[in-house]
Design a protein around this ligand. Structure first.
Ligand SMILES: *Cc1c(COP(=O)(O)O)cnc(C)c1O
Length: 390
């Protein structure tokens, strides 16, 4: 009989979304008239920018005249060049260091294939789940290191030895963005330990604080130790279209990594759909870029509105400044799930229990600020009412 991958047994058993759906159903049955404010799912809520839709449509129609066939595994040259020119040429990088994929989830889970089973992979607790799940399935040794309220949920290099570290900045779920100084510490750690940093930077467009770099490559030495992942998902509403990219610098100390990723990509991928890549490329055109900025500004305004409400109520929370997430400490020391129930019951607000992202998320809940203005306003009022009625 075929033997199954035993590492699957190590995956966390409780998946939180079915539990949330169950609780939501019960709430709807009890109060069919009350509007539920969904601040749970980390997904975009504004419509796709029309220019992107048109670029995709044009690309498909082009194919009715002549077939496109397979494109290069690592991505359309046009898209790699465009991304490079707008984001990475300033760091002296070239288009062949940028690899197009169908999203950061795929990149974050595949990159570990380049590393030996003997490595230890450092992952922050709480974490965006894919880093942990993918490395568990692959049978890697994992060092979960705590990020804590005392450190403002900034991940700090672990004392224990590790060879790879995943860092999500700005972070989902904590909403915390790492400063230049924070990242400098990690680059120093990576150099001392001959380790590689894997930076999930999908929320880069949400950064506006001076002290938070938009890319790790703004910091000296980062190109020797860091791989950076970005996505059009949250930046341009591509969650349902699928396109992302990963930078594997040729200057990285483990010099074979670039060639290995190239080899791995040509072995395992036949590339991303041509129309989607054309839609991604149009994001850099001025008119589209302006509209995308306006969408991000709407999400940022939602975050500000929720943060102000929480501050006024004397609540403890993190994030929501350079990211669309707020990590809110449950008042009175209640658990994540207890607070989830309270919020749903009293305010019809759905949030994600922090404990779903790791044990260090216990006692917190994550609010998503991917909200159109009307929803943000309703949620802000609901938060005010929550405290005046209790
Ligand atoms: C949403 C999200 C992703 C998913 O990116 P895709 O490009 O849609 O796969 C990756 N990382 C983080 C931290 C996210 O929040």
């Amino acid at each position: 009989m075929a033997e199954l991958n035993p590492h699957f047994e190590k995956l966390p058993k409780t998946y939180i979304f079915p539990i949330i759906d169950e609780k939501l159903d019960a709430m709807r049955k009890k109060n069919p008239k009350k509007e539920i404010l969904n601040l749970g799912v980390g997904d975009v809520s504004l419509p796709l920018v029309p220019e992107i839709a048109h670029a995709i449509q044009d690309a498909v129609l082009e194919m009715t005249k002549a077939p496109r066939g397979y494109g290069p595994s690592e991505g359309l040259p046009l898209l790699r060049e465009t991304i490079c020119a707008h984001e990475y040429a300033v760091f002296g990088m070239t288009p062949d260091e940028i690899f197009i994929s169908d999203g950061t989830n795929a990149d974050a889970s595949s990159i570990q294939e380049l590393f030996s089973d003997r490595n230890t992979v450092a992952i922050a607790d709480p974490t965006y789940p894919v880093y942990l799940d993918a490395n568990l399935i692959a049978g890697k040794s994992i060092l979960l290191f705590p990020t804590t309220e005392e450190e403002g949920f900034i991940p700090r290099p672990p004392k224990e030895k590790a060879d790879l570290a995943y860092l999500c900045t700005p972070c989902n779920p904590t909403g915390v963005a790492m400063t230049r100084e924070d990242l400098r510490q990690w680059i120093g750690w990576a150099k001392e330990n001959d380790a590689i940093l894997i930076i999930d930077n999908v929320y880069s467009p949400f950064i506006f604080s001076e002290e938070v770099p938009k890319s790790i490559y703004e910091i000296d030495g980062a190109d020797e130790v860091a791989i950076e992942m970005r996505s059009f998902s949250k930046a341009a509403g591509f969650t349902g279209l699928r396109c992302g990219y990963m930078v594997v610098p040729k200057t990285i100390k483990q010099g074979k990594l670039h060639a290995m990723w190239q080899r791995r990509t040509s072995a395992k991928s036949n590339g991303v759909s041509y129309p989607i890549q054309k839609g991604a490329a149009i994001c850099y055109e001025k008119q589209t870029a302006v509209k995308l900025k306006e969408q991000i500004a709407i999400y940022q305004a939602s975050a500000l509105s929720l943060r102000n409400a929480l501050t006024e109520q004397g609540q403890t929370f993190f994030g929501g400044v350079d990211s669309p997430y707020i990590f809110w400490k449950a008042p009175n020391g209640v658990s994540s799930w207890e607070f989830f129930d309270q919020l749903l019951e009293k305010s019809q607000i759905v949030a994600i229990p922090g404990s779903g992202f790791g044990s260090c998320g216990e006692g917190y809940i994550r609010l998503s600020c991917f909200l159109p203005k009307t929803t943000a306003t309703k949620a802000t009022h609901a938060l005010h009412r929550l405290f005046t009625t209790t």
